[in-house]
Design a protein around this ligand. Structure first.
Ligand code: ADP
Ligand code: MG
Length: 863
């Protein structure tokens, strides 16, 4: 820019960092382990249990009081550990998307973590940046800032002399010197206002809370019924009271919210491994249910390494340029010729290259073994071209005015001082440049058809124009049209497979781009996002349809997969239209103006590498590698999480229902209570302590992508869940009751009958934890060791129960006694009935919903 500066040297910056400290605000205080632990007790169920403990103490039932407290403490402890580690994970993930600032160091612009910015640094600001420090502006063009983070008012402020940390650049460019960092900044003074941390409970958790509450109310009603009947039978009030409490403890799935948090946190960690950073925990699950991905082109589906491959001049001369990527080796050839051109004799070509290098905001310097490259891919491609053709004027010193490229404008320009006076260089989209130039109608036609034929081959096409004089604003006219350049930006090799995977998973994919329709269509066809006969819709067509009526707009959106020359605000309209049509939309974006679309979509996905701070802050997910294929990996993880949550719910609800059923039957048949309150509490510990949470660790089953996305409206308690819960709860409840009743009938004493019943229930519920590992896949086909936490949890819990039978004090309190080998075998055989029932139901469900004839290899690759 106009100000000549070198910025700080690395050595200076380091010294200042020592002197002034890191550029960060005081961290908001996080919940400590202890406060998290105490928070676990803030729940209505827990209050009930606490009251129960007090009542037990008053009644002098010390052992009962002790056991209920033990259940409470174990529950709280497990919950605390889970939440603490989830919080820890979230914290460390937050650091994976650090805010960055562009500063001049050793005369080269580089991106550094904003933490490392020091007073005196030369900061370069672009639209979309969240400003990292307080700055005295030295130079600015069309610079506008949204200071709402500071002032609360979201009006863009321009013409300022200062820019403040925490505010947003909404438009233009600026440079300046850092005057304050860290807590010395304006925002540092009011730091508490900014870091508000995670918002309130996410919707999924609220839904689960409601679900738990409803289940709890149902259970309490049933318990009241049992309570009443038992009382009528003449039992002591204190005993019945305790029984009710014990039943409530074991049947209410109080561990559910914690288990779900864990499932989400595990998903979050696994997604991070797939380069998807989750900013909002629920987005984990949301990504799994998306039915439509609206994706960017440049950088997401392509590699964003622009190379100029062809140049077409206004005199109809065509050139081919060799060389790839950021390498400065390559030459220009007249199309069809074998020897490279000499720029001395190609003044028109030289002028075009010069314009491309002037109207440029990138920075590229080759040192012996190092390349300093910074800036937009398109701009870098022009600098590379300049290197190849040895046409490199010094841009920094001579520039008078810069009209920065903004994607909604579609062009960028620069006015520079030359020996012949001020000169205007403009480059941008063909449709934007042509109206600025004077030329004949025929010429215009020729240019348009030339640009179309280049775009059809998948090239990104830019036009260049030149003028003289000092313009007042960027409404140029009377410029001289110079020619077109065609840039290639290869498709990401993994994008084709990822699109295919989406097709298999019945997720629709659309490309939304600001680029030329022919370019977009050509690339979409290579990716198979669009078919050979499909067409691309342009932003203009969308606008027309929108003005006509909303239905034709929706139809246009529904019937096309390629949207080109789309303005950022139209991205949001497309999102809204898709949502209207019942899609669950994941939308990608990178620019300042993408923020509304990212916020509106069910899942906003920002680019970690290319994206602006604004986009990242509006998104619920950030891709650290910008790759489309990472989205697909994220979807798999999201679906795993949802499936695992279902598994946890299945286990908790069906075992709770079984226990209730056992009691109802006993009461109805006028038998003594089948388990003592203490025994129920014990059962709760050895079967639901870790098993439910362990199910959250279930790995992929391998068919996540072979299923169509579930409907976002689908309730958790759907037909499948209902059938499975009923069949398994009935089996456990009935069989356990049969064992209890027949034992009594055969003259076994009550204590021994309960001993056997408890043992059977423990076995049942542990078998059931294994059944819960998959809703569809047979347990026999599920790798036994793929979830070691669950396996170890079951073995340890089962071991603890058997150990308790042999532990003096404990076995007395629980009224347990060792059982014979024969009884063992009978109980084991009985417990395995549950396994058979569950397997039979899986088989039944499969044949009902996938009749043999319809089962194709594609739908069930693993089966
Ligand atoms: P995409 O959706 O692929 O990211 P962009 O919005 O970045 O598309 O680009 C849209 C159009 O703007 C391009 O086709 C090109 O004509 C023009 N353009 C892109 N980058 C630049 C730039 N740095 N300078 C001038 N014009 C540009
Ligand atoms: Mg772009």
């Amino acid at each position: 820019m106009a100000v000549a500066t070198q910025g700080l040297t690395t050595v200076q910056a380091l010294a200042r960092l020592q002197q002034y400290g890191k550029n960060c605000l005081p961290k908001p205080s996080r919940n400590s382990f202890l406060s998290l632990f105490l928070l676990q007790f803030r729940s209505a169920f827990i209050y009930v249990l606490l009251v129960a403990v007090i009542v037990c103490l008053l009644l002098g039932q010390l052992i009962n009081a002790f056991f209920i407290s033990a259940v409470l403490l174990i529950n709280a402890l497990i919950g605390t550990i889970q939440e603490y580690s989830a919080q820890q994970a979230a914290d460390s993930l937050a650091h994976m998307v650090p805010q960055q600032s562009r500063v001049l160091r050793d005369a080269h612009p580089i991106l550094i973590p904003s933490e490392d910015v020091v007073p005196g640094d030369w900061l370069i600001l672009n639209s979309g940046d969240r400003i990292g420090a307080d700055i005295a502006l030295k130079q600015s063009t069309q610079f506008q800032v949204d200071e709402s983070a500071l002032t609360g008012e979201s009006i863009s402020v321009s013409n300022t002399k200062q820019a403040f940390a925490g505010t947003l650049v909404t438009h233009g460019r600026a440079e300046g010197e850092v005057i304050a960092t860290g807590s010395k900044t304006q925002i540092g003074q009011i730091a508490k206002l900014v870091h508000q941390g995670e918002p309130t409970k996410p919707p999924l958790m609220q839904r689960i809370d409601q679900f738990t509450l409803r289940i709890a109310i149902a259970i309490l009603i049933i318990i009241a019924f049992i309570f009443g009947l038992t009382l009528l039978r003449g039992a002591a009030l204190s005993e019945v009271f305790l029984l009710g409490v014990a039943l409530a403890v074991s049947a209410i799935p109080e561990g559910l919210p914690a288990a779900i948090t864990v499932a989400l946190a595990i998903g979050m960690k696994r997604m991070a491994k797939a380069n998807v950073i989750v900013r909002k925990l629920v987005a984990v699950e949301a990504l799994g249910s998306c039915t439509f991905i609206a994706s960017d082109k440049t950088g997401t589906l392509t590699v964003n390494e622009m190379t100029i491959g062809q140049i077409w001049l206004a005199n109809d001369q065509l050139y081919d340029v060799t060389g790839e990527g950021l390498s400065p080796t390559g030459q220009a050839y007249r199309h069809g010729h074998d020897s490279p051109v000499d720029l001395q004799h190609e003044t028109a070509l030289k002028q075009l290259v010069t314009v491309g290098v002037f109207a440029n905001e990138a920075h590229l310097v080759f040192e012996e073994d190092k390349v300093h490259a910074d800036g937009d891919g398109v701009d870098l491609a022009f600098l590379i071209l300049g290197h190849k053709l040895k046409t490199l004027p010094d841009t920094r010193r001579k520039r008078l005015t810069l009209f920065p490229y903004e994607s909604e404008k579609g062009f960028g320009a620069s006015v520079d001082e030359t020996e012949a006076g001020p000169e205007i260089s403009v480059k941008g989209a063909v449709e934007k440049i042509l109206p600025m130039c004077s030329m004949s109608k025929e010429m215009r036609q020729t240019i348009l058809s030339q640009s179309h034929s280049m775009a059809k081959r998948g090239y990104r096409v830019l036009a260049l124009a030149h003028g003289t004089g000092t313009p007042l604003d960027d409404h140029f006219n009377g410029l001289k049209f110079l020619g077109l350049v065609a840039m290639s930006d290869p498709l990401r090799p993994d994008a084709i497979d990822a699109v295919a995977a989406c097709r298999q998973a019945k997720i629709k994919v659309a490309m939304i781009t600001g680029d030329h329709p022919a370019t977009a269509l050509s690339l979409s066809q290579q990716l198979k996002i669009a078919g050979e006969t499909d067409s691309a819709i342009t932003g203009q067509q969308l606008e027309q349809a929108r003005l006509e009526d909303i239905n034709s707009f929706d139809r246009l959106v529904a019937n096309h997969r390629v949207f080109a020359r789309v303005k950022p605000k139209q991205k949001m309209e497309i999102t809204e239209s898709l949502i209207r049509q019942g899609e669950f939309v994941a939308m990608t974006g990178d620019g300042v103006n993408d923020a509304p679309a990212l916020k509106h979509a069910h899942v906003g996905i920002a680019m970690g590498l290319r994206g602006t701070d604004v986009a990242r802050e509006s998104a619920s997910l950030v891709l650290t590698d910008d790759k489309f294929s990472s989205i697909v990996k994220g979807i798999i993880e999201g679906r795993i999480v949802y499936n695992n949550i279902r598994k946890v719910i299945y286990l908790l609800i069906s075992t709770g229902a079984a226990e209730i059923l056992l009691f109802i039957l006993s009461v109805l048949f006028a038998l003594p209570i089948p388990l003592f309150p203490l025994q129920i509490l014990w059962l709760n510990i050895v079967t639901n302590g870790v098993q439910d949470v362990a199910l959250a660790f279930e790995p992929a089953e391998g068919r996540e992508l072979s299923q169509a996305p579930r409907s976002p409206k689908e309730p958790i308690f759907d037909r499948l869940m209902l059938e499975r819960v009923c069949s398994s709860a009935l089996t456990m409840g009935l069989v356990a009751f049969a064992l209890f009743a027949s034992s009594l009938h055969m003259g076994v004493d009550e204590v021994e009958a309960r001993n056997l019943t408890l043992m059977l229930m423990v076995l049942f519920e542990n078998v059931h934890a294994l059944n819960s590992r998959s809703e569809h896949r047979s347990l026999l086909r599920t790798p036994l060791f793929s979830n070691p936490i669950l396996l170890i949890g079951i073995l340890v819990a089962q071991g603890i129960h058997i150990g308790a039978m042999y532990t003096p004090g404990l076995s007395d309190a629980l009224q347990l006694s060792p059982i014979s080998l024969e009884q063992w075998l009978v109980l084991l055989a009985t417990a395995s009935v549950l396994f058979v029932v569950d397997e039979a139901h899986k088989k039944y469900w499969h044949t009902k919903h996938h009749p043999k004839s319809a089962v194709s290899i594609a739908e069930h690759p693993r089966e």
